[in-house]
Design a protein around this ligand. Sequence first.
Ligand code: KG4
Ligand code: ZN
Length: 354
Amino acid sequence: MYLAIETSCDDTCAAILDERGRALSNVASSQLVHGEYEGVVPELASREHVRLGPTAIRVALEHANVSLKSIRGIAVTQGPGLVGCLLVGLGLAKGLSLALRVPVVGVNHIEGHIHAILAERAWEPPFIALVASGGHTELLLVEDWGRYRLLGATRDDAAGEAFDKVAKMLGLGYPGGPVVDRMAREGRRDAFAFPRAYLDLESGNLDVSFSGLKTAVKLFLERDPEWISGAASARFVADVCASFQAALVDVLTAKVEAAVLRTGARKILISGGVACNSHLRQKMAALGERLQADVAFPSPRLCADNAVMIGLAALSRLRAGEDDGMALAALPNLDDFPLFAEGGSPPPTELDSF
Ligand code: KG4
Ligand code: ZN
């Protein structure tokens, strides 16, 4: 049995996986403290991980009906993420590793999102992966497990961050994605023409940028008489949500299409919290049909942050008995992982030498 821990942002997650990678439990405690600030407050998130982490681990063991003594290895998110949050997970994982005398391995959070699908179905590289969440928007070619080519990323706001910020402008609370998605179902996608920043797609640019879209929604609201007067109807809010969501999803769909055409990949994986979005799912499914590509989305529980995906990403290393040991450090930035550099390269070796 393996224990997996994920604390990179505002979900305190623990899971138990068996040797074959089957998830025996999947505990995720979404922190509610951030609601009143309409965004994640890093220090509060770290404190919540300190408070909830041991309980999440205990409940994951109970749900799996497994005792700590049967744990043979521990996987933990090493980064990218909020450094204080990562350190709480690493502290728990390393402490348990010492106490139980079992190996601990660090996992890249993005690599975790890419592995989530394996909890539900067989899925093998090569494929294009779009990981879109509150902190990331990355487009990758997964040539093989452990061999990734970063094709594009956000230049500013992550897709989920744009959802959260627009929801905040509209007074819809945090996290914004689910409520914007819900409201948008009642709205018209063509009600307002918000900009789509394709960033020179013709010449093969696969980066995205959402800060212009976010600012366009802000300026639109600041100038709209219905909104300024405070008399905006639910219909108006639904139209803003649907028009904003359509603009963001159009850009993501166009970039995924360009990535498929460039690489010749026949499979597309969409993961991360934003992959829960119903309009994105529809558009990507339609794209898959058009390109005759197989499109997969993990179920919402596995798209959002969870520890099962961290265990799955670490599975081959856990099985091999690899141990990152006490030198395992938090790596808050994606750039800290050479694995994800253009062209890919081996993981850092200094971690092995402790
Ligand atoms: O992967 P995740 O749980 O955590 C991060 O790693 O950030 O993603 C959370 C993000 C939030 O920004 C949230 O608003 C967004 O995913 N999200 C959605 C939806 N559900 C969650 N965005 C759009 N539509 C949704 N249905
Ligand atoms: Zn995530």
